[in-house]
Design a protein around this ligand. Sequence first.
Ligand code: WTA
Length: 701
Amino acid sequence: MTAENPSEAQIAVHWREEDYYQPPATFIAQANAADPAIFDRFAEERFPECFKEYADLLDWDAYWHTTLDTSNPPFWKWFVGGRLNASYNCVDRHLAKDRNKAALIWVPEPESEDPQAVTYQELYKRVNEFAALLRDFCGLKTGDRVTFHLPMVPELPVSMLACARLGVIHSEVFGGFSGTACGDRVADSGSHILVTMDGYYRNGELVDHKSKADEAVEAAAKLGVEVEKVLVWRRRRGQYASKAAMIEGRDFFVDEVMGDYRGSLVEPVSMPAEAPLFLMYTSGTTARPKGCQHSTGGYLAYVTGTSKYYQDIHPEDTYWCMADIGWITGHSYIVYGPLSLGTTSVVYEGVPTYPDPGRPWRIAERLGVTIFHTAPTAIRMLRKLGPDEPLRYNYRFKHMTTVGEPIEPDVWRWYHDVVGKGQAVIVDTWWQTENGGFLGSTLPAVHPMKPGSCGPGVLGVYPVIYDEDRNVVEAGSGKAGNICIRNPWPGIFQTIWGQPERFVELYYAKYCADTDSKDWHDWPYLAGDGATLGADGYFRILGRIDDVINVAGHRLGTKELESAALTVEEIAEAAAVPVMDELRGRAVEMYIALKPGIAASKDIEDKVVAAIDSRIGKIARPKNVWTVADMPKTRSGKIMRRVIASISNFADVGDITTLANPEIVDDIRHRVQREKSVRGEVPRELTSQEREEIEAYGQTD
Ligand code: WTA
């Protein structure tokens, strides 16, 4: 962040205070954590030993001798000396009591296909067989990395748990990402095995997915990493859903190879608590994605504990998180947390509005879902398309979650009143890929809910808001600043895979008081979000401070978008900016300037869209591409993203007198806003908070 520009942290935010909602008595009566004495158990003076309570929810092969080792800050180590296996904890240990209880219920997208229950016994068998295949057919061993590019099918948790059984590090790439994006991540992680599926159903279509694996292998090869084997699960037994050829000697159908491993059992490898369990890539300030490395013991303890107290999961619940397992939410709160607690976790293949916006509520009714978990984007979409649909179905949620983006208070109220029928408690959970599990949330049976605020820090997590000068922004001051976590917690990622310097620089350097200190108090974790803190101790998350655009809950780095656009030969400069979007929260608009002598054309704009589709994926597709004669720039040549962001959002462009080319601003504004008006894309007036976000946009250069 530059010193001369005001950052989001210095901008005062005024937001109307919302009324509180109390948790229903029926919820409190059955909750895992209903006694406020729990806050004493997790009080700061009990840190770090308080987290023994979470670790004790797991089965350990050997207990740890040191709860938190801070000898090499900020590379914290949790439960040092402890040994365990994550697959054992999520599967084997439930067999004695719950062998034939559903671990997973998979709901295929086509309604003509019935839901399929995978019992803990069946999961145990499948995990063992696939682990045997990975070990003996692929030659994988503890510490190796494997990339998955799998959709929402039971084979994904099976593959994850099979790796965990062997101590092999899995790295799942969201199925909606392009083959090239997958290949970049294959190369970064140094995976030589890629696990994929031939196809899957999405919005009524059987998508050809295997073809992306071919692109991924090619992209990884260009980066110097050779994929030796591609394992292809098949969506429909005996059929092949892809047009892409199977490459002899490289590509294998899992169901064919599996013949040799039927009935195999693989002893779970007893792993040190500190061994990496998986990588999850996310976006940030630069074009290179960051592979967040999560630990085995700390991570599993953290997601298990937060699933118990914040998701209020009981073994008898039917729990449905509608996120994609390709994101951290799915890893922590579809697979590892719920299965560790031995509950039934629902996995839905398709889109929430297929074939109509009643689908999620039909699924909830049919399966008897008691806990429901989704993101504001899905809630906004379901409200728009079927505002009264939930009332037509006879289900009853006791608990609901919102995650991933700020939720507008009126969207929250629809979720509460209509989806939850006024009977369910809601948690608005704030956290990130880097964090393993929740950071901010109300404790559902104890704290009242406040629409639009996540609540206080969760048990054992102590957030603080700092301004640019490391002064604490006081509760109730109405000022925004950078939210940080003062202490380490077991779910925190261990490092960025292969880039430890970047880990320190991005998350700790800004507010570290003393880089020689071994005391964790000197190393606050910078989350990368702007936030305010109410007088009631509830945080309101405002959004990213690092040029990440949150589209429908997906974190897209502007630099990634821009470098994708710059692969189009005719383009000299590209800038990605956020526009307010009624359904997806934010959408991306791309501005491009062409090389000298090249005439603007629809063809070039289409190439930009195609480049983003192919390098990142359709989720990142820009809403509009605008070709401009020149970008508004400072005298030192920096593109003023806030100016074009203001234009795209019909906001005031602010002071442009310091630009090298202020005359360009009016040209761009007339052209873009005229066309948007013709297309009916004039946004509603921005709230003061949104205006401030746009004004602060692009300040991190
Ligand atoms: C945003 C998703 C407001 C935030 C778990 C964060 C939220 C980024 C919330 C992380 C929330 C997440 N309210 N904003 N409840 N939860 N965010 O890594 O900007 O995909 O930094 O992890 O989403 O996104 P990620």
